[in-house]
Ligand binder design. Sequence first.
Ligand code: C5P
Length: 241
Amino acid sequence: MAILEPSKRLIVALDVPSASDALSLADSLTGVCTWVKVGLELFIAAGPPIVADLKARGFSVFLDLKLHDIPNTVAGAVRSAAATGADMLTVHAAGGPAMLAAALDAAESSTSPIQLLGVTVLTSMDAAQLASVGVPASPADQVALLARVAIDSGLRGLVCSPQEVASLRRLLSENIHLVTPGIRPAGSAAQDQKRIATPAQAIADGATYLVVGRPITQAPNPRAAVESIQLQIAEATTIHQ
Ligand code: C5P
């Protein structure tokens, strides 16, 4: 895999309730970060124009909608998501091979290219939560199984927690993008994230992109927080490339 520039490996999660909050945060990060993530909270409040507004400011946009429905419905949603101009989009690998194939077909036949990422097991699911919905496997085994389903269906990117990134990297080709939330710079609060790693550890384990939200968005100076994380990514990239 070509080594990405450190500044292109950080994705800032714009987990805010309105377009104006998102755009003022994005404006404060102009020039220091390439990628922003639009999740359900912001997308439902602001709608597709938020993607165009962020693209117009020069950001690459990761649309984290975690689609999971019947193949025909997901294919239509992928076409609509591609039309917004977003660069990456999440679908649940648990939707199964038919849904993933329909999603990929829609992405590849779209006039604006969009990369699909397969979500494996949500980081909020532990063994007890999986068992309660009829999945007897451990989270690690279920992540490996769903990663294989997604890759065999043709996807070239996955979302996983820092806990699985090293084992998935060993299983998968280096061309597969691994996108990893649950990142906490040394010394910052874990908040509700359970399975966390520092930026340096996640890069060392083989993450392609790091998703960081509150350690940046709730920092007194978000731009300085981005610059500090970029430095940690750059140092880890130099050591591990
Ligand atoms: O604030 P924080 O850094 O915890 O934000 C992490 C972001 O990554 C949030 O937008 C969250 O929805 C997202 N995410 C996650 N775990 C996943 C998938 C996405 O934390 N498995």
